[in-house]
Design a protein around this ligand. Structure first.
Ligand code: NAD
Length: 353
């Protein structure tokens, strides 16, 4: 028997929508068959790229040959398109942030449940190589038990594009990059968040945040700094992680970095004092070569099926979603708490699910 190939239509053929055409690529069971975008130039671009162009969302949803759609529009449009598509019997992949508040996601989840359709959010950075390395280290205890994690993305180009500058479209960096970094953290650390303190940055004068810093404490004692910046001409490293048996630094997505671990060989060598500014210090002297081991950053074993393989497996009832809607919901609740903590200046506790 011939295997079914699911027909997939991209709604919102902008930067990310067109990237999904590459992501789906030559998938054996999923084929991008068309697009719909409200902008005429994007409709023309899709046509030029050989894709079928639908005149309206209604036309996409009325087409019985379409099995699933991707939503890659600005954030505020996700909810309405998702609900309509699910009610029309389509499976849905939705770009992040899934909705601009957690309540809206609950509504979409209810509709998906009633329609018995798959609704999955493209929280793709769970597959990033740098994150997978850190997650594997967490699980294998390569640097012992983690006790402090710093996860950052620092750029210097301000808020990109047009709609990301506006509240009404769900703009701002907390909803944009914040979703990714917090999703990674909650996916990795197997503990509830105990408390959150946060600060949002508005230095560019937009009505939405151009970055943020937050400090999280987990119930298992791990602390984390998560930071997104768009005004950082000198970026800090992507990851800085301290464990009971060493420290890891990953500079960037190119995976430059290293692991330094203590090396216990007989008696501990006393560090020699160094000249530091106008004084001497032994405490801050670098550990001697003999008392540490330096290890390279190595790629983690790929142990998750790809996003689209998983989407198809979930449709066919053969797997659980890797990105679960309840997890996506938990991230949105955390985002809302960060916003509240930043606005009130308070440390917020007892909010995690
Ligand atoms: P974009 O502005 O490049 O593209 C959005 C497109 O949607 C535009 O072509 C616009 O004309 C179209 N559009 C707007 N309203 C529409 C509607 N109601 N129906 C159909 N089309 C509509 O934006 P982008 O950077 O591609 O972002 C789109 C989505 O993808 C956002 O939710 C964003 O957060 C997400 N995104 C995710 C990642 C990721 O790594 N997962 C990366 C970038 C963007």
């Amino acid at each position: 028997m011939e295997e079914k190939v699911y027909s997939y239509v991209i709604v919102g053929y902008g930067g990310m929508g067109s990237y999904h055409v590459q992501l789906v690529g030559q998938h054996k069971k999923l084929k991008v068959t068309g697009t719909y975008d409200i902008a005429r130039n994007r409709q023309e671009a899709a046509e030029k790229n050989g894709l079928k162009v639908y005149p309206s969302l209604e036309a996409v949803l009325a087409d019985q040959t379409v099995d699933a759609i991707l939503i890659a529009t600005p954030n505020d449009a996700h909810k309405d398109i998702a609900i309509r598509a699910l009610q029309a019997g389509k499976h849905v992949v939705c770009e992040k942030p899934v909705t601009i508040n957690s309540k809206d996601l609950l509504e979409v989840m209810e509709v998906a449940k009633n329609a018995q359709r798959v609704f999955m959010v493209h929280q793709n950075r769970r597959w990033d190589a740098d994150f997978m390395i850190v997650k594997e280290m967490y699980e294998t205890k390569k640097i012992g038990e983690f006790f402090h994690i710093e996860s950052r993305v620092h750029g210097a180009n301000g808020i990109p594009g047009d709609w990301r500058h506006l509240k009404v479209h769900g703009g701002g960096m907390l909803l944009d990059w914040g979703v990714h970094l917090l999703d990674q953290l909650l996916f990795m650390v197997d503990s509830r968040v105990k408390s959150v303190a946060a600060n949002l940055s508005y230095v560019l004068g937009d009505e939405v945040d151009d970055g943020f810093s937050c400090f999280l404490t987990f119930e298992n004692g791990i602390t984390a700094v998560v930071e997104v910046g768009t005004t950082n001409y000198l970026p800090l490293p992507r990851w800085y992680v301290k464990g009971t048996e060493g420290t890891t630094l990953i500079q960037d997505w190119d995976l430059r970095g290293e692991i330094v671990k203590p090396f216990h060989r007989g008696e501990k060598a006393e560090p020699k004092p160094i000249q530091a500014g106008q004084g001497l210090t032994k405490t801050m002297a670098p550990p001697s070569e003999q008392s540490t081991i330096r290890l390279p950053i190595q790629r983690a074993a790929a142990n998750m099926e790809s996003f689209y393989d998983n989407f198809i497996s979930v449709i066919e009832g053969a797997a659980e979603p890797i990105v679960k809607n309840e997890e996506v919901y938990r991230v949105l609740v955390l985002l809302e708490t960060i916003l509240k903590a930043a606005t009130s200046g308070e440390v917020i506790k007892d909010f995690d699910l």
